[in-house]
Design a protein around this ligand. Structure first.
Ligand SMILES: [Mn+2]
Length: 431
């Protein structure tokens, strides 16, 4: 029996208030879509099967490099974090897995993580290693890099940390390792581009050797920050080279915030799909840099265009196409649970809108070079208010029609703040 963090009666009472309006909206949208030959129930069924992983580090309040302002009832440890993740899934029914960060989420015995996840009905998505900061008591510093460090002993320490992440992951049922490094340089001449990339590849090959057969390894590119002149894994091209050099179990992970402004991310996604190296996503949104804002909060159209590529690949049954969907955000001014609920819904919204694209018509317009109608075909899907589909998918799976309203009505944050004393420090949230 799954432990429920919020009483079912509260969710039912909240749903009852909104049930008749939802039915009317769903029927109206169903009639509208039927005129275009779309079966709304089929779309709702697909949306209900779309899931995204919540990052354990996302349920704590994040911070900037200037300050961190913790909220009340902050999770004290990974077990509290899992409790908060369970709330998000209970209300959205969209987030059945959690992505862990080691060493932040390390405990004496990983079987305790598995047991707590099982009790809450949660599984574990990709493990994330951390060689971009120094853990307390760590022998070698990562100040000047980790997997690409000039010193062999420092590289060895970083390799061993990644292997430990795999071992913890095996104990809790994870099947993937995500590697993002902060290695790079602040000044021209500080590092040798070629030699540092050679060292990085050698290190990754050593980790890859220890990867179980049924696991995947994801490398994550990022063009700047914390290094401001160059990074070792700066863009998708370098990432593709890494995945190709390593082998069949290696894939590229696309964090939406890790590109130059205005880069055509949906096209990068299409390229990686075409060459069978798209491993998955870190969803978030940004206006300027790696802002790690709530998915779809700034540029929902871009999110839709990314999903348009994913649905296109699904539609034509692209080979080796099993992207991992994960959120990677930092919540500085909102209740992290509310931001993650909203983000999971926005990601599903982009998926639902992409499912509505008339792909046959689109292909025809593309072949006929009818630029306007091709563009309109996408816009028609994007303009559709799919909220009744999203709400019905949640409701049918036992979630909330309006998950943020239900969360607020439950008083969850006030309740946990009684048992969780205020914290001052804690780890940051920007990855
Ligand atoms: Mn990321």
């Amino acid at each position: 029996m799954t432990e429920q963090r919020i009483a079912e009666a509260i969710i039912s009472a909240e749903n009852e208030k909104r049930m008749s309006a939802l039915r009317a909206d769903y029927d109206a949208l169903g009639a509208k879509l039927a005129r275009d030959g779309i079966d709304i129930d089929a779309v709702t069924g697909q949306v209900a099967q779309f899931f995204v992983a919540v990052p354990s580090w996302g349920v704590g309040t994040g911070g900037t490099r200037f300050a961190r302002f913790p909220g009340t009832g902050e999770p004290r440890n990974i077990f509290d974090k899992l409790d908060d993740c369970a709330v998000i899934h209970q209300l959205t029914r969209a987030t059945p897995t959690v992505s862990l960060h080691i060493p932040w989420d390390k405990v004496d015995d990983p079987r305790r993580l598995k047991a707590h996840g099982d009790a809450l009905g949660l599984g574990f998505d990709a493990m994330n290693s951390n060689t971009f900061s120094d853990a307390p008591g760590q022998e070698k510093s990562y100040k000047f890099g980790s997997l690409s460090h000039t010193d062999a002993a420092t590289r060895r320490q970083a390799i061993e940390h990644n292997i430990e992440c795999i071992e913890i992951g095996q104990a809790i049922g994870s099947k993937a390792l995500t590697v993002w490094i902060g290695d790079g340089s602040n000044f021209p001449g500080q590092t040798n581009f070629t030699r540092s990339f050679e060292r990085y590849l050698d290190s990754m090959k050593a980790i890859y050797k220890q990867l179980p057969d049924d696991w995947r390894i994801f490398s994550e590119h990022k063009m700047y920050e914390p290094a401001f002149y160059s990074t070792v894994v700066q863009d998708w091209g370098t990432n593709y080279l890494i995945a190709t050099e390593l082998g069949d179990k290696a894939y590229c992970l696309v964090d939406l915030g890790h590109h130059a402004p205005n880069v055509n991310i949906e096209m990068i996604v299409a390229r990686l799909i075409q060459f069978k190296k798209l491993g998955g996503f870190h969803f978030n949104d940004s206006k300027y840099g790696d802002d790690d804002l709530d998915a779809g909060a700034i540029d929902p159209h871009r999110l839709f265009l990314v999903f348009n590529e994913l649905v296109d690949a699904e539609h034509r049954r692209a080979e080796n196409f099993h992207p991992a969907h994960m959120i990677d955000q930092s919540h500085n001014v909102t209740d992290p649970i509310e931001s993650l609920i909203r983000s999971a819904n926005e990601i599903r919204r982009a998926y639902a809108q992409a499912l509505l694209v008339n792909r046959k018509a689109l292909e025809g317009y593309q072949d006929d070079n009818d630029a306007l109608m091709a563009s309109e075909t996408l816009k028609t899907a994007y303009r559709t208010d799919v909220e009744p589909i999203l709400a019905t998918a949640r409701l049918q799976a036992g979630g909330a029609i309006d998950p943020i309203a239900a969360y607020r009505a439950s008083g969850y944050r006030q309740n946990v703040s009684k048992e969780r004393p205020a914290v001052v420090g804690g780890s940051g949230g920007i990855v």
